[in-house]
Design a protein around this ligand. Structure first.
Ligand code: TRP
Length: 334
């Protein structure tokens, strides 16, 4: 039986955090047996806003691999590959660029936010502006069916669907399936500061590799219900990131319901709720930390081998795709 394919990936600009876990990593781990899974280390995309800091991108390639392995993704099952080592993706990006307009790219809400965040409003690098086209190529070059991602990536998957639809319409051959996005249980995890999104560039993150002390101090400093002055004031659970994390990560959901009820009645203080969250998070993170250590102790050569073998394997597929693409586009001259 032919298994359907997953492609998803991460920019190697820093270690992965709880937001990545609920958005995408959990689904990757869960679906790795059912789907033929390709996991991309998106170094080319990372360079679109870090072009002057290649050392930062390089350093984080292994970290991102380790984070993926730490959550239980098996390198024997999933194919880890490095974007810059797949030249077919770069080729396909150029062909795809013909099939999307500048005004369509300007409407991508995620890119809009990122442009504002990075101060690119005044002077926007073309590479950054068009990274969604390259992301469409990442997905299409392995002819993926499913893309497990967080909510911020939905516009990119939508754009990918439009591009491959247009490719199939113009050139025929039905080479590309229209990929579906798959969201995690929590669509968008709030930051520890109560901001809408956990994001390294906003400094409101808990990393999968944080130690127990770091987790505790980040949790104790978390934003909570701002309307609550005294521990006996009735508190709000909705929109309160402390409770959002409890719901997402605490194994003991009966404890969570009890805390919620008492919180709403003004019968439990923020300190206790946070202390219990720190315990729950550390319990959740312990096996992940352990696995990370295990893989780390195998040494850098072992990790490099995973990337090298995975990239070779991915290229068998990407080369096959480009052969079909060249033929459909009538540029298969010799
Ligand atoms: N844009 C994604 C992020 O910022 C990384 C990424 C690159 C990706 N190519 C992809 C995700 C293809 C899914 C599919 O994390």
């Amino acid at each position: 039986m032919i298994r359907k394919r997953i492609l998803t990936g991460d920019r190697p600009t820093g270690k992965l955090h709880l937001g990545h876990y609920v958005g995408s990593l959990a689904n990757r781990a869960k679906l790795q047996d059912e789907y033929e899974t390709y996991i991309l280390i998106a170094d080319v995309q990372a360079l679109t806003d870090n072009f002057a800091h290649p050392e930062k991108v390089r350093e984080n390639v292994r970290e991102v691999l380790l984070d993926n392995l730490a959550v239980g993704i098996d390198p024997e099952k999933a194919t880890f590959h490095i974007q810059s080592m797949i030249p077919e993706t770069a080729e396909l990006t150029v062909f795809f660029a013909n099939l999307v307009t500048v005004s369509r790219l300007e409407r991508n809400p995620t890119v809009k936010d990122e442009i504002a965040q990075r101060g690119f409003n005044k002077s926007l690098p073309l590479g950054f502006f068009m990274y969604p086209v390259s992301q469409a190529a990442d997905i299409a070059v392995v002819r993926a069916n499913l893309v497990p991602v967080g909510a911020d990536q939905i516009p990119h998957v939508e754009q990918t669907r439009e591009i491959v639809r247009e490719f199939n319409r113009v050139y025929g051959g039905n080479i590309f399936p229209e990929p579906e996005a798959l969201l995690g249980k929590v669509k968008r995890l709030a930051g520890t500061d109560g901001g809408a999104k956990m994001s390294k560039s906003l400094g409101n993150v808990i990393y999968l590799s944080d130690d127990a002390e770091e987790v505790k101090s980040k949790v104790m400093a978390m934003y909570t219900d701002p309307t609550r002055i005294h521990p006996n004031d009735p508190g709000h659970v909705e929109g309160n990131p402390v409770f959002e994390y409890h719901k997402a990560f605490n194994k003991n959901q009966a404890e969570v319901r009890d805390l919620e009820e008492r919180y709403q009645k003004g019968k439990v203080g923020d300190v206790e709720v946070k202390e219990r969250l720190a315990l729950a998070l550390n319990e959740f993170l312990d096996p992940i930390r352990e696995k990370r250590c295990e893989y780390e102790s195998k040494g850098p050569k072992y990790l490099d081998e995973i990337l090298l073998e995975g990239t070779k394997k991915a290229r068998q597929v990407t080369q096959e795709t480009l052969k079909m693409v060249r033929s459909a586009m009538k540029i298969d001259y010799f």
